[in-house]
Design a binder for this molecule. Sequence first.
Ligand code: SF4
Length: 484
Amino acid sequence: MTMDLLIPDKVHDETRQGEALILEPVGKQNGRKLYIESYGCAMNFSDSEIVASILAEKGFETTSDFNNADVIFINTCSIRENAEVRVRNRLKEFAGAKFRNPGMVVGVLGCMAERLKAKFLEEEKLVDVVVGPDAYRDLPNLIEQVDGGQRAVNVLLSREETYADISPVRLNSNGINAFVSIMRGCDNMCSFCVVPFTRGRERSRDAHSVVAECKDLFDKGYREVTLLGQNVDSYKWSGQLAEGAEPLAVGDEITVVNFANLLEMVALVSPDLRVRFSTSHPKDITDEVLHTIAQYENICNYIHLPVQSGNSRILDIMNRTYDRDWYINRIDAIRRIIPGCAISTDVITGFCTETDEEHNDTVSMMDYVKYDFAYMFKYSERPGTLAAKRYADDIPEEIKQKRLAQIVAKQQEYSFYRMQARIGKVEKVLIEGFSKKSDKDYCGRSDQNAMVIFPVSENYKPGQYVNVLVERTTSATLIGTIVE
Ligand code: SF4
């Protein structure tokens, strides 16, 4: 996964504007105000909720206006060049606020912080503290160091850290759907990807703490959880039942909990709790996982399965560890075991040495799968990755752009085709709130993760499920009316 985690209708979206996050302080207020902004994938947004919780414990309250802040954090993404350019530009916008409040602490968190480490302090004079994704527990101490007049860095990666004992503070939440991280890091070494270097080795979170968090969310009225991981299919946790913890709902004899087991455990929290997950990896997604999805109505029939390329030689130099035939085998298994399952993907065009014929293999893969949705990017060489060390970024920009335009047009065709096929169907929709365009309409997503818009009804409110008859569509939205 290029950490392809589901942010409602966006993944890995460095185009997404940073979002200021609001939280209520938990501990004794220390009167200091925190402003936190997140970029990139859902894992980063989920991490910001962990950061918020750690600082709320220390009595920080928040502000959505960075000019009023005592501490400003940017949780950064490093997946492509322009993600980092955006962060540097954003930092410049904080200069005035810091000039007016010299005691202000400005910090960078996340993948760009981990990639650049102390170099960030040399390159960006405004920055006081640089903290990697595994070092957030150290934040209160690092802020104290800066208060003491020093600049601070902690970019130690961990083989154990999962923040399992920290209950995230839900930020900008609609109180209905929430992210639950189940693992951190990645052991795959896709040659184009920085994630293994910025998020470290893979480690799975204690299954009990995942189920407990989902139960707690359900009790608080949430009706959907998205289980997050760079590669959820390699989730594997083995551990003793914690003192006083409830026995595992499923087969206490299980000593090693794999992803299929964890999915089942979360699905059994309540049939009214919808379960989504991201991201899957073609080499590890098992039929056991697919049968578990098919067995539970509340595990959504939607899978994000990044292909990256449709050509086996390119997949090989991308070090994706599967080839075209294997990927097609997985797609056929999904179609066989979960008929009607929606599938989305990630595609990189213009990877090193990619020929026109090899690019056409990606196009023909899209013709074969007819994805519901896809995230498509031009190859962006990332410093320190295997590809940067081994291969020249030799595809001319105009060729990359031409290939990207071709697959974007192709995908728009298939997204519309998939949406059109829903007309006349009745979708079970979880109401998430009012549509962005009009408060006369509700919005919510179908089981297949399509956004559905329908007139508000006084009989229903956000957090409830309704059946909606689809009457028409756009390429991204289903439009209909509630049917009893
Ligand atoms: S190394 Fe591969 S699997 Fe891991 S996060 Fe990057 S793209 Fe995803």
